[in-house]
Design a protein around this ligand. Structure first.
Ligand code: UD1
Ligand code: CA
Length: 469
């Protein structure tokens, strides 16, 4: 027996055109976020891991936004968008790709944009079973799972021999069918040509007046083709999101897994694991301690032996080893070296860079600014578009006045500088090494090395003995 499926090219098709009425939202369902990323992005990433020839995404509701989300996740070369003008059902959705796919002698893996936790390994073995079925491959293979509470899902009805007979949607099901526990995951593998032949024969004569993709396997079976069932064990992987309550339950589960893994595999301590939000893409080092009500989002990296106190949010940032973040800080797009101290109540905005051993304290905001090694800005300060050298102290209430109403300008501060309290540095400005400014100084021109500058506007009253070098 020759295996006609083996070695066939694999394409993936993702259904993402529906609005998702049950979400009661103005946002298309697949754009709702799980673990900080749209549902569709999770599915796209998994699909990419299978290295298919092409990924087709069926778009409709908010197609432009869905397109943008998809392109955020996968290479534009790999993806093709197919528009489903009216959402007439999942069968019609697949049928929208007829012009691209119907004549392709290939295997088509159909995924749902609202089933985000499916793993690439599971899909790979589904495809393998599809190709190997009875030594010659199947026309369709359906991923199923048995659920204690199957309500809401399409039921997979088997014949007396235990083979696939049909899928019945909940709304079309009779009493006997409703008692079936095995459900359709909405994930399937098809012989592409046979699928499109079957799709041209489906009707919308059902409770929802929709063209169901689930009718295609039945049509194939009735035509004498083989339809195989891949029964999976892990129901979590297969759960679909139809409403916000399911989304919240899944969010909690994803978070629980992330935090468990960080504790057991990476040696991170959580004082109260239930009250911490950590994105699955974050990496956190050994012996770091995380207090309640900390949020770590995006692709953040946190080193070993750090301590994150309560009320802090860290997003897309890198923290070195031995960093202390005191209570109530916001850190986004920042890079922090080793042994730094931040907060309480500090705000590190994008491109804030703290070199090793530097400190930023109460009510200090940094943006697009580098603070040199062992330098400090401990109180009530704004540092924007600035470069600050090593061993420099920025006094309380210092402001880099970086914006003249039209343009942003840079402030450069040297090494071993002491900026006095309440100093205004009007950019563009360079402050040399070893400079000291008096309290309340308004500096509107460059200050040469080792000057003591005071007043408003600043006068240079004497040159200081250079004891720093
Ligand atoms: C579908 C299956 C059901 C299965 C369940 C698994 C059908 C008829 N039913 O039901 O057997 O148990 O998934 O989660 O297929 N979509 C479109 N265009 C449309 C309609 C839907 O692109 O015209 C997309 C949606 O955006 C979504 C996916 O298809 O991503 C599934 O649609 P949904 O309406 O959620 O189907 P279910 O009722 O959950
Ligand atoms: Ca669904």
């Amino acid at each position: 027996m020759s295996n006609e499926n083996k070695g066939k090219e694999l394409n993936v098709l993702i259904l993402a055109a529906g609005l998702g009425t049950r979400m009661r939202s103005n946002l298309a369902k697949v754009l709702h976020k799980l673990d900080g990323r749209p549902l569709i992005n999770h599915v796209c990433r998994t699909a990419t891991a299978l290295a298919p020839s092409k990924i087709f995404v069926v778009i409709g509701h908010q197609g432009e936004d869905v397109t943008a989300a998809v392109l955020d996740e996968i290479d534009p070369e790999l993806v093709e968008f197919v528009v489903q003008e009216k959402q007439l059902g999942t069968g019609d959705a697949v049928n929208s790709a007829r012009a691209c796919l119907a004549d392709e002698d290939s295997t088509l893996l159909v995924l749902s944009g609202d089933v985000p936790l499916i793993r690439a390994e599971t899909l790979a073995s589904l495809v393998q079973q599809h190709h190997d079925h009875r030594g010659k491959g199947a026309a369709a293979t359906i991923l199923t799972v048995a659920l204690k509470d199957p309500s809401g899902y399409g039921r997979v009805v088997r014949d007396d021999g235990g083979f696939f007979d049909r899928i019945v949607e909940q709304k079309d099901a009779g009493e006997n069918e409703l008692s079936v526990k095995e459900i359709n995951s909405g994930i399937y593998c098809f012989d592409t040509i046979k699928l499109f032949e079957a799709l041209s024969r489906i009707s919308n004569d059902n409770a929802q007046g929709e063209y169901y993709l689930t009718d295609a396997p039945r049509i194939l079976r009735q035509a004498g083709e083989s339809v195989s069932l891949y029964k999976h064990r892990d129901q979590r992987e297969i759960e679909g999101i139809n409403d916000r309550s399911q989304l919240a339950v899944m969010e909690r589960e994803v978070r629980r897994r992330t935090i468990n893994k960080l504790m057991l595999d990476y040696g991170v301590s959580f004082i109260d694991p239930k009250n911490v939000y950590v994105s699955a893409r974050t990496s956190i080092g050994r012996d770091t301690v995380i207090h309640p009500n900390v949020v770590v989002e995006g692709d953040s990296v946190i080193g070993d032996g750090c301590e994150l106190r309560s009320g802090t949010r860290i997003a897309d940032s890198r923290l070195g080893n031995g960093v202390t973040v005191l209570d109530n800080c916001v850190i986004t797009g920042a890079i922090v070296g080793n042994d730094c101290s931040i907060g309480p109540f500090a705000h590190l905005r994008p491109k804030a860079c703290m070199a090793d051993g530097s400190r930023v304290g109460n009510f200090v905001e940094m943006k697009n600014t580098t603070l040199g090694r062992r330098s400090k800005a401990n109180h009530l300060t704004y540092l924007g578009d600035a470069t600050i050298g090593e061993d420099t102290n920025i006094g309380a209430g210092t402001i880099t006045c970086n914006y003249d109403g039209q343009n942003k300008h840079r402030t450069e501060i040297g090494d071993r500088v002491k900026i006095g309290s309440d100093t205004m540095l009007i950019a563009p400005i360079k402050v040399g090494n070893g400079v000291v400014t008096g309290a309340g100084t308004v500096a509107n021109k460059d200050i040469p090395d080792n000057k003591l500058a005071v007043g408003a506007p600043a006068r240079f009253i004497k040159t200081l003995a250079n004891d720093g070098e």
